[in-house]
Design a protein around this ligand. Structure first.
Ligand code: 48F
Length: 282
């Protein structure tokens, strides 16, 4: 059958042109947008995706890092293998801004298709200018005497291999603020806690289920836990043992938005405080 829609493919593309294009584009993007940014958001679940979108919309140079090849974290599967996601008021407004179709389920609860929520949230973050590094594990912070100064990254497939094969150092990128949106693992908070930089008990993980209370606490507990590190979403819930919320995502979205507001205020303040003083080596 002839292919009618666009006609015959008429190009003169060589294999090495494809390779050259990918390598050049990746390196350009890395050097210009990723190596030295305003905000690194670690994790691309509902909280990280919302945080990154709002940071970029505020004009911050924003990088979102995800260890999986795909973004979206826990958003792909509502609950119990059923691809329907719920959010409570007012988080429905965030999804409406991203163009997600929602159904009103009553009592301030809304429901949508999880594929649509993931796709449109990530698309909205990309449209805002967020740069995404996928298949990349953030294994540590860059930590100066009194503040966080970036993150340490390694390819996730490399990190997953046995240590005797992958005795390979990671690399660092710099950012003014890091948002720990790593979900249940609270990866970066744990790194600080291990080094006794935080005045808290060992993060206990989340408590038992209580939807309304969990939704509120997730947002309340999102804050700058250490100079330059904001803990957000399920990572904040797990850090303090607040209740789990089950398959409802509104608190996560609002926590992401709050994290972006905190990051913006901090960076705005830094710029004013540091005019003329900040001499960062290249
Ligand atoms: O788990 P996740 O969706 O966290 P969240 O955004 O939302 C929590 C809810 O999905 C769910 C819930 C219902 O509300 O209870 O748990 O707070 O997304 C966390 C993302 O971070 C990635 C991980 O693969 C996931 O996509 N991640 C975790 N650790 C790292 C990481 C790491 N060290 N480096 C890079 N990505």
């Amino acid at each position: 059958m002839p292919y009618k829609t666009y006609g015959e493919i008429m190009t003169n593309i060589s294999e090495i042109q494809v390779t050259r294009t990918i390598v050049n584009e990746f390196l350009d993007d890395f050097m210009q947008n990723i190596l030295d940014s305003d905000v690194v958001v670690v994790g691309s679940g509902p909280c990280g995706a919302a945080a990154a979108k709002y940071c970029a919309e505020k004009g911050l140079k924003t990088v979102m890092i995800e260890r999986n090849i795909y973004g979206g974290g826990g958003m792909w599967q509502g609950g119990f293998l059923m691809p329907k996601n719920t959010v409570g008021y007012p988080a429905n407004k965030i999804l409406e801004e991203c163009g997600v179709n929602l159904k009103d389920a009553g009592n301030g609860l809304y429901v949508c298709d999880s594929f649509e929520m993931v796709s449109k949230m990530l698309a909205s973050a990309c449209d805002a200018g967020v740069k995404l590094l996928n298949s990349t594990n953030v294994e540590d912070l860059v930590l100066k005497e009194d503040h966080v100064d970036g993150v340490v990254i390694q390819w996730y497939p490399v990190q997953q291999m046995p240590k005797f094969i992958t005795c390979m150092d990671p690399i660092a990128i710099r950012s003014k603020v890091v948002i720990d949106a790593t979900g249940h693992d609270s990866v970066l908070v744990r790194r600080l806690w291990q080094q006794k930089r935080l005045n808290i008990e060992e993060p206990p993980g989340c408590g038992s289920l209580w939807v309304d209370e969990a939704e509120k606490q997730t947002v309340e507990l999102t804050h700058e836990i250490y100079p330059g590190l904001i803990v957000a979403g399920m990572s904040a819930t797990s850090t303090y043992g607040a209740p789990r919320m089950g398959p409802i995502f509104g608190g996560m979205l609002l926590a992401g938005k709050k994290a972006a507001e905190i990051a913006y205020e901090k960076i705005r303040g830094m710029k004013i405080e540091n005019i003329g003083k900040l001499k960062v080596p290249a």
